[in-house]
Design a protein around this ligand. Structure first.
Ligand SMILES: [Zn+2]
Length: 60
């Protein structure tokens, strides 16, 4: 995984820039925000509900 140093404007393979010593680990490398988990769960429940409605509609 290649990181990018904004100070030196160069790619760096390590987590720390070898030129200026800046921390290059991107912020989005952290755990998934709970809002996204809630969004995916809500979407899954909605799709299951719509699928259930479709099956009921098809079998009647
Ligand atoms: Zn740098």
């Amino acid at each position: 995984m290649t990181n990018w140093c904004d100070h030196c404007e160069r790619a760096e393979e390590a987590d720390v820039c070898s030129i200026c010593g800046a921390d290059l680990v991107p912020e989005e490398a952290g755990p998934m925000p709970w809002r996204w988990k809630f969004f995916f769960v809500a979407t899954a429940i909605y799709l299951v509900f719509r699928l259930y409605q479709l099956i009921v509609w098809l079998t009647h």
